[in-house]
Design a protein around this ligand. Structure first.
Ligand SMILES: [Zn+2]
Ligand SMILES: [Zn+2]
Length: 892
């Protein structure tokens, strides 16, 4: 089954990389390939079984010999053909390998087909384009535990009926809504509560940036086919009655647990962690806690992980077994009816299932639950199943339930950690350690009861020897436990290092030490205290919750010490696929059992991972990346050795683009220091994310067109950046690339922010036709006129980041004629409320045969500008996935 589930997982993964779902031809090919692979596998299995069984009659069990478990020696002995022996040996080996390959291929085809089928079903459900951004009344119920942040609640809503005539489409059953407390406070949003809500919806859409996580895939995985907000909260109507169903009941229970924790620990700093440990909801974890946990490599402890589940299951199993051993039924000891071991296993699985439900069935928890269930089923039915088989089954079951799990970090971290542990434990000399306790027992309990018991002196001597032996044994046992624990910790650390580099662009070097301390505290003390609080009634639960919080306070202090170590976190650029593959191979090599050849060369395979950040573009050229940050502006300009960020997109007031997109993008691309951060003007779609960048990235120069009393200037000074007011005439040269500020004029900022936006021109200086880019921020017609009247030639640029997001106020004809761009980039949000870009303005560009890129459709855009040459890469052209829905663009 390992081959089957491995192949299945590969097939599922391969589908999630596709730009489109298979069409009719694709399905036909898939079916043919599957049938061919299955037939070949069956033929090979039969041939091998026949060969193995010829003349001996020993191998009727096809399973036993199928595809290579056969014994070549048996076959050789049975079918002894001395002259042709080598030939048959070769053929047999080839058959075995091709048979396994066929099994893999068949399983991969089935996995691919299954994931494609599920995707087709899910994508068939869609919000009609005509319904987007219109007020619609929906009736239904709150389907999940709401998450709260800054006066807004976000929750899943199960729609029972749409208050708009049916458009003939299969309408979404689950939508994600945001309820903002504007005119009235938020109502209690209890799971199961029925509501009639006026809403405005969009199809699911996530920002599309090179190397960052895909939010749209996460929505698809959750079955959310429309997102939106409650448009008129005052018109929302609470309907009588509650929705039923076991799912709703579980959600209601989670909500009650959360409400109780909020009440008991109100105002406490680590309340969010307690909520996360009890319910799996992580929205309440404070930013400070997240930062601390991330930098010490302990953030996995906040998620209800497989580790916690195993702990709960173990505890429950032990308790169930212990109770059962003492139980009697009609005068007969209970264990005589059903063995205590089986009761313990059943108890463990039940407790794990309840805990997994409380955790909202996240992928690591599912993985642990399935592993436990498969292992329990094997035990109850008396089968002996290898640990890797159990993991393979869990892999298959997780992917059958959710084929999109492979797009999430949790899936990879969870499965790779367990695979590494199994790999290293299987290869370790575990058997020797396990025997030691028996040796100890023999020493402690010598054969005193034997009839020929020795005299007193001898007995005393033996007793003392026994004591010494016991002490020695205990120390040995402790040492072996510690060595075993360290070995597992080491395996997990090095196995996850390439993955954390890929997903989070960092490796917390203090992680193993912090974990060695934090795992026992959280698993053995905090989590049980939290779970006890869930199980017991108020007001007693308050003691357990306060105890858990007190432990977390201690832990936070200790982790803070770890975080303050100068080498705590190693920042790495996101590795390429081949670097990742090379490092993964290195990990497997290093963790291989002793005796594996050349284990010492394994660390060298990690070198590409640790290589310095990818070099910037060649000297004399520049790379411009217009990020997809929704409605707003954020552009990264890189030369060979310098980096400049022009605006940082919207902030906490809308989409948190600064911390969600800009900072992770800079980390992932190895930009740990900005030589310059420009804030073009004080509108939140440009300056909102700046604080997040200042918090995380070192900045040399902070150039801004904002008023002197603005808090961002104080923040920038505090980080040590040199603060300069943005003014026309500033120019500098980096690595053979010229930068020139064209606007605003020096002096106090008296007009509204758009009018004094910074305008930056970047151009190559090497011989040949120069390539230039113009970043026009939000200037409007008046500023454009002034710029054109001053020096139209200085505006000339092949790449234009369109002024004011393509608004009607800007992009006047004379300005466009002066710039004369070949490529125009519109940084606009999907279905933004300003209706940018304006159709007339968009048409003005299209009519000039300019290559257009808009972030709401094409995602991020990367331009490599060399003298006389431009290379433009739109995210959607090279990284498209089948779920990325192209919105209907208004006709020009
Ligand atoms: Zn703007
Ligand atoms: Zn503006």
């Amino acid at each position: 089954m390992r081959a089957v589930w491995g192949g299945f997982a590969l097939g599922v993964l391969f589908l999630q990389w596709q730009a489109a779902l298979p069409g009719r031809d694709g399905w036909f090919l898939l079916v043919v390939a599957t049938l061919a692979a299955v037939s070949w596998a069956a033929l090979t299995a039969r041939a091998l079984a026949g060969a193995a069984g010829c003349g001996c009659g020993r191998h009727n069990d096809l399973h036993d010999v199928s595809l290579g478990r056969g014994r070549p020696d048996d076959a050789g002995a049975c079918c002894a053909r001395p002259l042709a022996g080598r030939y048959y040996g070769c053929r047999r080996r080839w058959r075995r390998w091709s048979g396994w390959l066929a099994v893999w291929l068949a399983a991969a085809c089935i996995g691919f087909g299954y994931a494609a089928y599920r995707a087709q079903l899910r994508l068939a459900v869609a919000l009609p384009a005509a319904w987007e951004k219109r007020d619609i009344d929906v009736t239904g119920y709150v389907a999940g535990l709401p998450s709260y942040a800054e006066g807004r609640a976000r929750f899943l809503f199960a729609v029972q009926s749409w208050g708009t005539p049916d458009a003939g489409a299969v309408l979404p059953r689950t939508i994600q809504l945001t309820w903002v407390a504007r005119d009235a406070p938020l109502p209690p949003l209890v799971p199961g509560a029925r509501w009639c809500l006026p809403v405005r919806l969009k199809r699911p859409h996530g920002e599309r940036n090179f190397g960052l996580r895909d939010a749209e895939a996460a929505l698809l995985a959750r079955g959310v086919r429309a997102t939106g907000y409650v448009s008129e909260p005052l018109r929302a109507l609470r309907l009588p009655g509650e929705a039923g169903g076991i799912g709703t009941a579980i959600e209601r229970w989670r909500a009650a647990v959360r409400a109780r924790i909020d009440a008991v620990l109100a105002g406490k700093p680590h309340r969010g962690i307690v909520v996360a440990l009890a319910t799996g909801a992580q929205d309440a974890v404070s930013a400070a806690d997240w930062r601390l946990l991330r930098n010490t490599g302990t953030s996995h402890l906040v998620a209800i992980s497989g580790l916690h589940l195993a702990f709960v299951a173990g505890l429950a199993g032990w308790a169930a077994g212990a109770l059962w051993r003492r139980a009697r039924w009609r005068g007969i000891d209970a264990p005589l009816i059903v063995p205590a071991q089986k009761v313990a296993v059943a108890g463990a699985v039940c407790a794990a299932a309840v805990h997994a439900a409380l955790a909202g069935f996240n992928v690591p928890v599912q993985r642990a639950l399935w592993m436990l269930a498969v292992a329990a089923a094997a035990l109850l039915t008396g089968r002996n199943v290898a640990r890797s088989q159990v993991l393979a089954w869990a892999l298959g079951l997780v992917l059958i339930r959710d084929p999109w799990a492979v797009t999430a970090a949790g899936f990879w971290l969870s499965f790779c950690a367990v695979a590494a542990i199994l790999f290293v434990v299987t290869g370790a000399p575990g058997a020797r350690w396990d025997n030691r306790p028996d040796d100890v027992a023999e020493l402690v309990y010598p054969a005193d009861d034997a009839p020929d018991a020795p005299p007193d002196a001898a007995r005393k001597r033996r007793f003392l020897a026994g004591l010494a032996g016991a002490a020695r044994g205990l120390v040995n046992r402790l040492m072996s436990r510690l060595t075993g624990g360290a070995r597992v910790q080491w395996a997990v650390t090095i196995a996850l290092a390439p993955l954390t580099a890929y997903w989070f662009a960092q490796i917390p070097l203090v992680g193993p030490f912090a974990n060695a301390l934090a795992i026992p505290i959280v698993s053995a003390l905090v989590t049980p205290a939290v779970l006890v609080s869930v199980a017991i009634a108020p007001p007693l639960d308050a003691f357990a919750l306060r105890a858990a919080h007190a432990l977390l306070e201690v832990l936070a202090v200790v982790l803070g010490r770890f975080e303050s170590v100068p080498w705590a976190v190693l920042r790495l650029p996101q590795p390429h696929a081949w670097t990742l593959a090379c490092a993964a191979l290195g990990v497997a090599w290093r963790l291989a059992p002793r005796g594996w050849p050349l284990r010492w060369i394994a660390p060298f395979m990690w070198l590409p991972l640790l290589a310095p950040a990818p070099a910037g573009p060649p000297s004399g050229t520049f790379r411009l990346t217009a990020l997809d940050i929704g409605q707003g502006t954020s552009v990264l300009v890189q030369t060979a050795r310098h980096a400049l960020l022009f605006d940082a997109g919207p902030g906490p007031e809308s989409t948190h683009a600064g911390e969600r997109i800009v900072v992770p993008y800079l980390h992932a691309h190895g930009v740990e220091r900005l030589d310059m951060l420009i804030v073009s003007h004080d509108d939140s779609d440009h300056s909102g994310g700046v604080q997040a960048v200042l918090d995380e990235i070192a900045v040399n120069q902070f150039v801004a067109a904002i008023r002197p009393e603005h808090p961002l200037l104080t923040s920038a000074r505090r980080t040590g950046a040199q603060v300069v007011q943005c003014a026309a005439g500033q120019r500098w040269r980096w690595d053979g690339v010229d930068f020139e500020m064209l606007w605003p004029d020096a002096g106090p900022l008296v007009h509204k922010p758009n009018a004094h936006s910074c305008v930056l021109r970047v151009s190559t200086t090497a011989p040949g036709e120069p390539s230039a880019a113009l970043l026009a921020a939000d200037i409007e017609a008046a500023a454009e006129r002034t710029l054109v009247s001053r020096a139209p030639d200085r505006l000339r640029a092949q790449v234009l980041v369109v002024p004011h997001h393509g608004s009607r106020t800007s992009s006047t004809e004379p300005f466009l004629d002066s710039v004369w761009p070949l490529v125009a980039i519109f940084q606009v949000g999907y279905l933004n409320r300003f209706h940018h870009p304006h159709p007339g303005v968009y048409a003005r560009y299209a009519m000039r045969d300019i290559v257009l890129a808009r972030s709401d459709i094409d995602g991020a855009v990367r331009v490599e500008a060399r003298p006389g040459d431009l290379a433009v890469e739109r995210f959607i052209d090279t990284q498209r996935r089948y779920w990325m829905d192209a919105p209907d663009v208004e006709p020009i």
